[in-house]
Design a protein around this ligand. Structure first.
Ligand code: GLU
Length: 328
């Protein structure tokens, strides 16, 4: 079952339109080197394929005061530019309400009263897929709903029409993954990430999603939801994450890993740019003074080749030492 498409969304993503890439950070703190690398790759992929590039602040969850502004400033310091205004999710309630209303009309929404713990217990039962919503509230009777509603505010879930869905990933190829009944609206009334991402990508005309590969597992769910909303599919490119010296996902506690921290320690944005260029890895630019690793987004674009990027995680051994360019 699929819903009618609204005219504006279709117009933005028609085959005649050039399409767009995007970067969509959550403003929960400063961007670290791994985030900056993903943002640069998303920008490079969009620009190298003639696409527009959009930014979106995903502030429906945890927000740190001032973080969104600092994230934009850090991207600018590396030469990342974007087209049009920055989209802010907390200002898009009407669009999410509209999408839920359309799904509801098609009979694709139900109330869920489960606690996190109940879901964990049920999904770790031998027959359940780990982590997936086991469908506890999918087929309750009206009387059961009435009773549960009195105990707990309801979240809204999608009545998914499939259990698996295949997406196209630039590097992972055809990726088939599990689809469960994702939360559309949380039980505090706020739109959920999977809904917002799908609605906003279509609204911004995004047809190329480059992001960290921790989100590869979410792509089939999001693509199925987009399909049910009648929105066009996107091409994904999930890029490996940055790791610390212990092989764990890079985090703030790993020392100086954000642009402001590195700047305070004497590492310039140019050095950070070269460090990231080296990790992709990009070849040196020829300059009048000899070969030198690119350090701005525009310089990186001159030597970027999507078929030659590393598919392995980037292990950041010592950010303080990596910023120097061996070539110049
Ligand atoms: N806001 C998410 C994050 O910062 C990214 C979501 C996405 O790219 O789809 O991890």
């Amino acid at each position: 079952m699929s819903l009618d498409h609204t005219a504006p969304e279709r117009a933005l993503s028609s085959p005649a339109a050039p399409g767009a890439g995007r970067y969509a950070p959550s403003p929960s703190g400063d961007l670290h080197l791994g985030n900056l690398r993903t943002a640069l790759l998303a920008w490079l992929m969009a620009r190298t394929t003639g696409r527009a590039f959009h930014l979106r602040i995903e502030d429906l969850d945890r927000v740190q005061e001032g973080a969104a502004q600092r994230q934009l400033a850090d991207l600018e310091a590396l030469g990342v530019d974007w087209d049009g205004p920055v989209l802010v999710q907390s200002e898009r309630q009407d669009a999410y309400d509209d999408a839920v209303a359309r799904l509801r009309e098609a009979g694709l929404v139900y109330e869920c009263y489960c606690t996190r713990r109940e879901i964990q217990e049920a999904s770790s039962a031998p027959h359940g897929a780990p982590g997936a919503y086991p469908g506890t509230c999918r087929n309750l009777t009206d009387a059961q709903r009435e009773q549960r509603r009195a105990q707990r505010p309801a979240a809204l879930r999608l009545r998914a029409q499939v259990t698996r869905w295949t997406v196209q990933d630039r590097w992972a190829g055809q990726h088939t993954g599990e689809v469960d009944d994702v939360v559309l609206v949380r039980n505090d009334g706020r739109p959920a990430y999977n809904l917002a991402v799908v609605v906003d990508d279509a609204h911004q005309g995004v047809d190329q999603v480059v992001r960290g590969d921790d989100l590869l597992a979410s792509a089939p769910r999001q693509a199925h939801l987009a399909h049910l909303l009648g929105l066009p599919p996107v091409e994904y490119a999930h890029v490996p994450l940055a790791l610390n010296r212990d092989g764990k996902r890079l985090a703030k506690r790993d020392g100086a890993v954000t642009l402001p921290q590195l700047r305070a320690a004497g590492v310039s944005p140019e050095q950070v740019g070269r460090m990231i260029a080296g990790s992709i890895p990009l070849p040196p630019l020829r300059t009048p003074d000899g070969p030198c690793l690119p350090h701005t987004a525009a310089q990186m674009l001159e030597v970027f080749d999507p078929d030659r990027i590393s598919h392995r995680p980037w292990t950041v051994l010592d950010p303080m030492m990596e910023g120097t360019c061996g070539a110049c």
